[in-house]
Structure formats: structure tokens, C-alpha cells
Ligand binder design. Sequence first.
Ligand SMILES: NC(=O)c1ccc[n+]([C@@H]2O[C@H](COP(=O)([O-])OP(=O)(O)OC[C@H]3O[C@@H](n4cnc5c(N)ncnc54)[C@H](OP(=O)(O)O)[C@@H]3O)[C@@H](O)[C@H]2O)c1
Length: 270
Amino acid sequence: MAIMGRMILCAATATLLITAPLGAAWAETVLITGSNQGIGLEFAKQYAARGWKVIATHRRASVPQSLAELQQQYPQNVQVETMDVSDHAQIEALAAKLEGEPIDILLNNAGLIRYEPLDKPDNNMDQRFGTLDYKGLDQFIHVNVAGPLKVCESFVENVKASQLKKMVTISSAAGMVSMLPRGGDHYWYRISKAALNSAMRLMTVSLKDDGITVVMFHPGGVQVESFGDLKLPGFVPPEVAIGKMITTIDGLTFEDSGRFLQNDGRDHPW
Ligand SMILES: NC(=O)c1ccc[n+]([C@@H]2O[C@H](COP(=O)([O-])OP(=O)(O)OC[C@H]3O[C@@H](n4cnc5c(N)ncnc54)[C@H](OP(=O)(O)O)[C@@H]3O)[C@@H](O)[C@H]2O)c1
């Protein structure tokens, strides 16, 4: 791999990646929450491979192995930062550190889905009617609704200062209210995603005059590592679903602001 100023020619794949040193003004930048595994990690990998500056955030006490490896693979354009989206002091600290740095895409991906592994026999009973643990609701709202909102509030100036001005939030079909859900499960998760969609619709209006495009995605069924050995029918590997979302995000314009999207850009029912 020969380095020629800001351009890297990758002989093996014969692709030309345009990269810039961290902090360079012209590189497109994406900040991703919950980027150490699953969908967030795949977004980080794909944007890094394109030569974007990736601010890959996680909530762990030390840098997760997955992000250490990504940073090693792309030392020039991956920056790993700690940010638990339920910890407002941590969000504000990172916003202060990144003050003045344009962020083209603010990608709210981090989410709390369940406390227990998906394949546990009494799967998430505390999220089922009759056995609901109400402390859980506070936690789900804190992470899945207040978290993304606080992230957007804290980094809005960075997004305003960017070229692309996009705020993308990974929601879920679980937040749909226009159709009855298939199962009466995951109460807190479903309720929190419906509230998240409401929050993002409000934000769409608040940020209209700033020219910021706000969208929500149902990423589709994505077979992530945290499912363990459980294989779900119709679920696709992260690289497929995230590849489609990135193509859709590329094509978004301000006219799309406020939409709830499927990964291929079609509207998702509310
Ligand atoms: N996979 C699917 O089929 C699917 C379908 C619909 C929607 N989604 C949505 O897609 C997003 C990503 O989910 P996933 O499937 O990739 O699940 P995942 O593999 O469990 O990843 C969730 C990520 O969120 C992080 N996270 C959780 N709480 C956090 C907090 N307080 N602060 C910062 N990060 C936090 C996790 O960090 P740790 O590793 O430290 O736990 C992890 O990196 C979620 O919003 C989810 O609701 C996924």
C-alpha cells in the first residue's frame, strides 16, 4: 500500500481511498454511538473503509478489542472515544472535546434491547404483561430516548458546521404503532422505540431552519453477535443491512427529513 500525500492506493483491491489526517477540515466525519459491536461496529468498519473520519464511541471501561483492532487497521481515520449515552456528563465531555469539529453524520445507534440473552428460556419475562418490572421502563427510556436526544442536543453545532448535516437514528419496527405487534413481548423496548420516533419527529421540526436532515431507520432483521447461536429466519448479516443503509444515507436530502425508513430507503410504517 503506497501512501501518496492524502491518497492511499490499495494495490490488492485496486481501489483508491481518499483519506485525511485526523482533524483535517475536508474529510467527511461520522460519529457513531454504541460502535463496539453489532450494527454500530459494522457502520464504523464500512465508513472507515471509505476513508471517512470515524469517531467510534463505546460505553466500556476500556477500549473494546473490536475498536482497538479497527483503530489499528485505520490509524489515520478512526478515533475511539468513550460515551455512555445514559451518562450526560460523558456526552458533554466529548462534545466539549470535539467543539468546532464538523460532524457530517451523527449516528445514534446505541440501544438497550433486553437484559437477558435472546435465547434464555424465560426470555425477558420482566418485559411481558403480568410480570413487568417498572424500573426497567426508566432505564429503557433513559438509554433509548433521552440518550439519543441528549447526543443530538450536545453535538448539534458540530452537525450544523458540516457539509452534509444529517442526524440518523437507528430505531426499530418494534416502535411501530400503526399495526398491532406480532407478540406481546419486549414492552419496554417497543415503548421506548415508539417514544424515540416521536422525539426524532419533534427534532425534525426544531432543526428545520438549520437545514439538518433527521431520519430514523428500521435496520431490518440483522444477525448480530449478541444473538449468540440463535439464528433468526430472514435476518441478514450486518454487512448487507448496513451496506444498504449507507447507500440510502448517501442519497438523503433535506426533503427526506422526518422520514422513518427501511434500510433500502423505502418508507417504514409508523
Ligand atoms: N439487530 C437487529 O435486528 C435490530 C433490529 C431493529 C433495531 N435494531 C437497533 O439497532 C441498534 C443496534 O443494535 P444491535 O442489534 O447492533 O445490538 P447490539 O449488538 O446489542 O449492540 C448494541 C450496542 O449499543 C451499545 N449500548 C447499549 N447501551 C448503551 C449506552 N448506555 N451507551 C452507549 N452504548 C450503549 C452496546 O454496548 P455494549 O457492547 O457495551 O453493551 C452495543 O455496542 C439498536 O438501537 C437496536 O435497537 C437492531
